[in-house]
Design a binder for this molecule. Sequence first.
Ligand code: DX5
Length: 225
Amino acid sequence: MVNKKDKTYELSVSILDADFTHLEDEIRKIEPYADFIQIDVMDGHFVPNISFGIPIVKAIKNITDIPLEAHLMIQKPQRYIKDFIDAGSNCIIIHYESESSIEILNIIKEIKKYGVEAGLAINPDTPIKNITNFLKNIDLLLIMSVFPGFGGQKFIKKTYERIRKIRRIIDTEDIKVKIEVDGGINLNNAHKLLKAGTDILVVGSAIYKSSDTEEAVKNFSSIEI
Ligand code: DX5
């Protein structure tokens, strides 16, 4: 068991590519090493894929104490915030691209009102300058290193510079927000992502599609920076 509190970064395991015929077993495999479980909710409109929703959050909440991040890759997220929180989400992540800026701020405030962490996700082609005004209102910024919709995609290399840019802004202005990165993360790019300033790695297929899930998650949880 890795001593999670001593780590200088955190690991969020995405279940998108888990074996859903044995979901409880899949959760047990990663429990000793995961700081969060990320539940990738897709509506087939905001992204070109449909995944799962509130029943899966409820089911996972009933079998683990690992905090759950609901990553809402959906249109009109404000309609579902309370449902995902009532289902057991510890953090709600909405996409900047899913709503107007005014609405984004209102949704963030609503999430915080329920005492739940609020995350804002940005796609690879969304300029950093578009979201700097939100940084002081959120708990984490999720920088997508793939265009959302599927697990197992290729990491977009320009992400490294985007992380460094945000890290400079956060550190210069002493803003208390974590940088989370999601998409195409593997053992060949994770160290560089952490050196660039990432606080939370989201890893899905590199864990669940590996030949040894337990070995893979253990490796991702013990990267020397
Ligand atoms: C967006 C999803 C994925 C998933 C992790 O498509 O958010 O990024 O979390 O995917 P991989 O398999 O690339 O770690």
